[in-house]
Design a protein around this ligand. Structure first.
Ligand code: FE2
Ligand code: FE2
Length: 398
């Protein structure tokens, strides 16, 4: 780690002799090592074993705040930032030290700073007022002690490197978490699609219809102002709207003729069966899926099923899926009919405004028709999947 450590230091002081003093202290490793060792020996009252000299510092000088800012800017542009800046407080005629620090932090907020000051210059609260509460600056009182200067420099460049390492680690971890989250989400999504498709394999619904319903519901929800988290949820919840059909007998689901009214009534139970299948989960996706399964055949005017809910009594997710589901059904070919041309689709959808569909959501939906068509084109029906029984030929049975 030592080899990678950034040991670049910028000295900012209007007094040239101070630069010479700092360089003497920071660049003479052997003298320093001896000084540190003799200080340690006097503290512990015993000889201290000699250690290998530490690496030197790379030192630049600036004599005014403006020049310091220019050097920091250049160091950032060259991706060779300073780790530490020693800044004098009084530097006439230019910016004082506090102003200089404020400006260089705007360019490089990771810089460690030592503000060199006499007692009379600034109080600590005044500096906090100017620079804000930060663990990136310390005050060094004049006159300086050489050992203290060296210790500060050594400690603060290490601190800079550790902070940078922590930021990199955090970035790496966030990238890993994002990648894992995407993997889990896509596995989750695929599981839902496959299970829904399996549950509908006796029905004529296609995998493509399931996917389109999810994506079109997502688009409509997002455009209706839903928060991003709920928008994600409806993409996964909407495809489950008809899972209750798994509980409808084949004799009805696949009947190649018109259904009797009793058979219709049984078919309509797929809403209640689906809601029961999905009930009791703590997952927000499954709770939304339950609402959708239960209510996607309710109508805005209260004449739908199974409960005859009206208007905003119908959960918004179900109102969205009701629009998308009908749109998808009438725009795609079925064995009993061709998909309708766009002009008729628009007419038919608008005819349901305020009766079958939530008028506000339908208006948003109509403004999204080009995007909806693009989704439809990107996920065409697979060949050979479409075998719908005759009862599907009326809009009301969708
Ligand atoms: Fe349905
Ligand atoms: Fe559907």
């Amino acid at each position: 780690m030592e080899q990678q450590q950034n040991r670049r230091i910028l000295l900012v002081d209007d007094n040239e002799s101070i630069h010479a003093d700092f360089r003497k202290v920071l660049q003479t490793d052997s003298a320093l090592t001896a000084a540190v060792e003799s200080a340690a020996a006097s503290i512990f009252d015993e000889p201290v074993a000699r250690r290998a000299p530490v690496a030197g510092f790379e030192i630049d000088s600036a004599y005014q705040g403006e020049e310091a800012l220019a050097r920091v800017l250049k160091s950032v542009e060259r991706a060779r930032p300073y780790a530490l800046v020693f800044v004098d407080v009084r530097m006439p005629p230019g910016w004082n030290g506090v102003e200089t620090v404020r400006r260089i932090w705007q360019v490089d907020s990771h810089l460690q700073v030592v503000i060199c000051t006499a007692y009379s210059d600034y109080s600590w609260p005044e500096m906090i007022d100017e620079l804000g509460e930060s663990d990136s600056f310390v005050i060094l009182k004049k006159p300086f002690d050489n050992i203290e200067v060296r210790q500060l420099a050594s400690a603060l460049v290490v601190k800079w490197s550790l902070a940078q390492q922590a930021r990199r680690t955090m970035c790496d971890l966030q990238a890993v978490v994002r990648k894992q989250t995407r993997a889990v989400q896509s596995a989750h999504e695929e599981t839902i699609y496959r299970l829904v498709r399996a549950s509908l394999c006796r029905d004529a619904e296609t995998g493509a219809h399931i996917r389109r319903t999810g994506l079109c519901s997502e688009l409509l929800a997002a455009s209706a102002g839903w928060p991003a988290e709920r928008v994600d949820q409806i993409r996964l919840a909407a495809p489950m709207h008809d899972v209750g059909k798994i509980g409808i007998p084949d004799a009805i689901l696949r009947k190649p003729a018109a259904l009797t009214s009793d058979e219709y009534s049984t078919l309509r139970d797929h809403t209640i069966l689906g809601a029961r299948m999905l009930a009791g989960s703590t997952s927000p996706i499954l709770r939304m899926a339950q609402e959708i399964a239960q209510c996607h055949h309710e109508r805005w005017d209260g004449t739908g099923y199974p409960s005859g809910l009206a208007g905003e009594q119908i959960p918004e997710a179900a109102r969205i899926v009701a629009i998308v589901d009908v749109y998808d059904a009438i725009t795609h070919d079925r064995v009993y009919r061709k998909g309708l041309p766009e002009s008729e689709v628009q007419k038919l959808m608008l005819a349901g405004r305020g009766t079958q569909f939530d008028p506000r959501l339908l208006d948003v939906f109509m403004s999204l028709l080009p995007e909806m068509q693009a989704i439809a084109q990107s996920i065409p029906d697979e060949n050979g999947e479409e075998v719908l029984p005759e009862w599907c030929s009326t809009l009301s049975s969708l």
